[in-house]
Design a binder for this molecule. Structure first.
Ligand SMILES: NC(=O)c1ccc[n+]([C@@H]2O[C@H](COP(=O)([O-])OP(=O)(O)OC[C@H]3O[C@@H](n4cnc5c(N)ncnc54)[C@H](OP(=O)(O)O)[C@@H]3O)[C@@H](O)[C@H]2O)c1
Length: 291
């Protein structure tokens, strides 16, 4: 059997990807810590339980890889998984990575390098998700409950991307027929193994708040805070201290303009331009509790 193992298959990008692949008639195996009984071909998979990894991989020739979400050091868990995938001859891995590199997380860079090193395996470096502005993401909770965005990013801009466009890009890469052994991307000079994924335009939090306010009637204001206060907020929300500090430091980088970039990768790979923020807001307008 061949097909796509979708890690994080119950999450935002994974569930949208599974739907697209099924629509294309591609066999899909959904991985989850609690595989829903109602979902066909779901399999139990837990990064923290390596015994679940080989069975999830068996028979699959492609993998969409969402790494462990709450650690700055994914390599100890993902490295052995990739070695097993390699041993089983998985021809395509699409890693959901991040455009933003956490300042104290060299392991994430090593993971991306490990994936890029294998012909046919590619890395998506996704910018900030537009869906962060929705619950249950903490930013979405803040907006819904208090009508505010507390940020240390100042007026810095980010190329926000809709997770549906990440899924569409991953689907294009996972159904690309030119990825057989010895024929796929990475086997010819100049083949790309790394894609920066962004929306069509970089926006500050203030820009995003103004769009939500104008299009939903839910008034959203931006409150500027320092990175230390932001780290304390993350810790108070239950985040491990190291991860909280890294996320807060990212906002310093945004303020300095380091994430102010857009790419054409979504259009290049899917043939469709990425959704603008205004379209994302229109599609989810009811979720901010406005008019
Ligand atoms: N938010 C952003 O702005 C942003 C930007 C760039 C990259 N990213 C990356 O995007 C990833 C999140 O992707 P997403 O938004 O599609 O997912 P998501 O909606 O946050 O859902 C998380 C998924 O990961 C699975 N998961 C959580 N813990 C797991 C574990 N221990 N073992 C196996 N699976 C586990 C969950 O499955 P079950 O609960 O069913 O097990 C769920 O399907 C993260 O790695 C994040 O770093 C985020």
């Amino acid at each position: 059997m061949t097909g796509v193992l979708v890690l994080g298959g119950t999450g935002k990008t994974g569930s949208a990807l599974a739907e697209l692949l099924r629509g294309d008639g591609v066999p899909v195996r959904i991985a989850s810590r609690n595989p829903p009984a109602t979902v066909p071909d779901a399999v139990r998979f837990d990064w923290d339980d390596p015994a679940t990894h080989p069975a999830a991989l068996r028979g699959m020739d492609r993998v969409y890889l969402v790494p462990p979400t709450d650690t700055v050091d994914p390599m100890p868990l993902v490295g052995p998984f990739l070695a097993e995938a390699e041993r089983l001859g998985v021809r395509r891995v699409v890693l959901l990575g991040s455009a933003i590199v956490l300042p104290n997380a060299p392991s994430a860079l090593r993971l991306a390098a490990r994936v890029r090193a294998r012909p046919g395996w590619v890395v998506l470096r996704a910018s900030g998700f537009m869906q962060n502005f929705l619950r249950p993401h903490p930013l979405g909770e803040q907006i819904r409950r208090h009508g505010e965005i507390r940020t240390a990013a100042g007026d810095g801009r980010l190329g926000w991307i809709d997770t549906r466009d990440i899924a569409a890009t991953a689907a294009a890469l996972l159904t690309d027929p030119g990825t057989g052994p010895g024929t796929g991307p990475g086997t010819e000079p100049g083949d790309q193994r790394d894609y920066l994924l962004t929306g069509p335009k970089a926006l500050s939090y203030q820009d995003a708040a103004a769009l939500i306010t104008a299009r939903t009637g839910r008034s959203v204001r931006v409150v500027h805070i320092g990175a230390d206060e932001q780290a304390a907020n993350h810790r108070a929300a239950g985040m491990p201290a190291e991860f909280a500090a890294a996320l807060a430091a990212v906002e310093d980088g945004i303020r300095a303009g380091r994430e102010d970039q857009v790419s054409t990768a979504v259009l290049d790979l899917t043939g469709r331009p990425p959704r603008p923020f205004a379209e994302f807001v229109r599609d989810h307008a009811a979720r901010w509790g406005g008019r």
